[in-house]
Ligand binder design. Structure first.
Ligand code: CP
Ligand code: NVA
Length: 311
């Protein structure tokens, strides 16, 4: 449907608004099916390799449960289980896995690795997070926003914190394509790359939305969504002290919510969260927080991606 059969999900750059909308609608359908307790067989006979160079709770479990719910077999391959990239080239591993599996999920450091897996395996490859992008998370975030806000178009989305990590980069693409006004509020040294911002401004122009990058915390005013992520992503643990010093004013706390001044707002976070850093326990546990809906939606959206690309 909409050219999704056989397609890889490496970044949302390669997906149109129509394709994303279709995936969100399919996610809702599959979610209702699961709620009704219907065992599916849309992926019957499929085998999916799940490669994890970095740890994961949500992504790993979402792929695993989504596969089993629709009759596929997931095979977890941790970083010490295979020779990817050190004893065997990415190209050779890709060609082997492509002979055995119907699709491959990859979580790791390098965006080039996930792209090479897609290039050489000949099967759909799903990016389960790299240093640059986290596209399956964005589908869950958009679905959660739709469920809580009704529509996406015209909503004010503020991402506050580390503005140049995989989440900020990916939210910029997803929101701008879907007509959501996205504000990245971050200290200038943590702004996303200009070239990336300009590409997303192009998407926003097409969708009739805006992309604003700012240091000004007062820009949170009237936000429909306040989103944050950890201040040190996986692999950046040595940067903890400097990030805490730099990002303390950008913490999501009661004072920030007062600036937002929108009783209908929702708080989002891809998780895992470091409470006391990017968000206070109080806001994390508040009525605004939809973080566990978001976590659950990882599974429904990942299932939709596999069904749309494989079934
Ligand atoms: N949000 C997310 O990707 O969580 P995990 O790291 O637990 O997979
Ligand atoms: N930016 C975080 C996202 C975790 C889901 C990281 O890369 O660690």
């Amino acid at each position: 449907m909409f050219g999704l059969k056989g397609k890889s999900l490496l970044t949302l750059h390669d997906f149109s608004k129509q394709q994303i909308t279709y995936l969100l609608d399919l996610s809702s359908e599959l979610k209702s099916k699961k709620t009704m307790g219907i065992q599916g067989d849309l992926l019957k006979g499929k085998n999916v390799a799940l490669i994890f160079e970095k740890p994961s709770t949500r992504t790993r479990c979402a792929f695993t449960v989504a596969c089993v719910d629709e009759g596929a077999h997931p095979e977890y391959l941790g970083k010490d289980d295979i020779q990817l990239g050190y004893k065997e080239s990415v190209e050779d591993t890709a060609r082997v896995l492509g002979r055995l599996f119907d699709a491959i999920e990859f979580r790791g450091f390098s965006q080039k690795v996930v792209e090479d897996l897609a290039k050489y395996s000949g099967v759909p490859v799903y990016n389960g997070l790299t240093d640059m992008y986290h596209p399956t998370q964005i589908l869950a975030d958009l679905l959660t926003m739709k469920e809580h806000l009704g529509v996406l178009e015209g909503k004010k989305f503020v991402y506050i914190g580390d503005g140049r990590n995989n989440m900020a980069n990916s939210l910029l693409i997803g929101c701008s394509k879907m007509g959501v006004d996205i504000f990245i509020v971050a200290p200038k040294v943590l702004w996303p790359e200009e070239e990336h911002v300009n590409i997303c401004k192009g998407y926003a122009m097409e969708a009739g939305s805006q992309v604003i990058i700012t240091e000004d915390i007062d820009m949170v005013r009237g936000a429909d969504v306040i989103y944050t992520d950890v201040w040190c992503s996986m692999g950046e643990e040595d940067k903890a002290k400097e990030r805490i010093d730099m990002l303390k004013p950008y913490q999501v706390n009661q004072e920030l919510l007062q600036k937002v001044n929108n009783p209908q707002m929702i708080f989002m976070h891809c998780l895992p969260a470091v409470k006391g850093n990017e968000v206070t326990e109080e806001i994390f546990e508040s009525k605004y927080s939809v973080v566990f809906d978001e976590a659950e939606n990882r599974m429904h959206t990942i299932k939709a991606v596999m069904v749309a690309t494989l079934a």
